[in-house]
Design a protein. Structure first.
Length: 157
């Protein structure tokens, strides 16, 4: 699945490009979740990352029998974006639940510590938004600094 470029006019940034609605981004995360490779945990995660360019990068979790090589949905989305030159981001939506689970059984799926550290590498913690969605209308929004108040950064080196 390639990045989705947002083109229609509606909510616009100062530069005239359209700002994607949260509901649209949540839908993209759900689409990505369907590609999850999670034969060991059965827990499927999808993420949709909005770049400042207006492009959306999606990712799913990809498990491995050795566990350590497993990649989370959030990092999949970030690595996909960075690998094509995107370096600035506005927000990410994360969705997750057990394979075959009912929608009403969904809970908010928070990013792990490693994913929070990757987000901190590329995003301003005071500005970058993390949306944890149960549905298109039931989601919580956090600033990265709320989820990861003491990140390790280049300033620590």
């Amino acid at each position: 699945m390639e990045a989705v470029t947002v083109m229609e006019a509606s909510n616009k940034r100062e530069d005239g490009t359209r700002l994607m609605e949260d509901k649209e981004l949540i839908r993209e995360a759900y689409k990505a979740q369907k590609y999850s490779y999670s034969p060991y945990s059965g827990f499927q995660v999808g993420a949709a990352l909005l770049g400042k360019s207006g492009c959306v990068y999606t990712g799913c979790n990809i498990e491995n029998a050795a566990y350590s090589p497993t990649n989370c949905a959030e990092r999949t989305a970030f690595f996909k974006a960075v690998s094509v030159g995107e370096r600035e981001f506005e927000k990410i939506v994360i969705v997750g639940n057990k394979e075959g689970g009912l929608d009403e059984e969904r809970d908010y799926c928070a990013p792990c510590g490693v994913c929070r550290q990757v987000m901190a590498e590329f995003c301003n913690p005071k500005e970058f938004m993390v949306l944890l969605a149960k549905s298109e209308t039931d989601y919580r929004t956090y600033r990265l600094e709320e989820l990861f108040p003491l990140s390790f950064s280049k300033d620590n080196l």
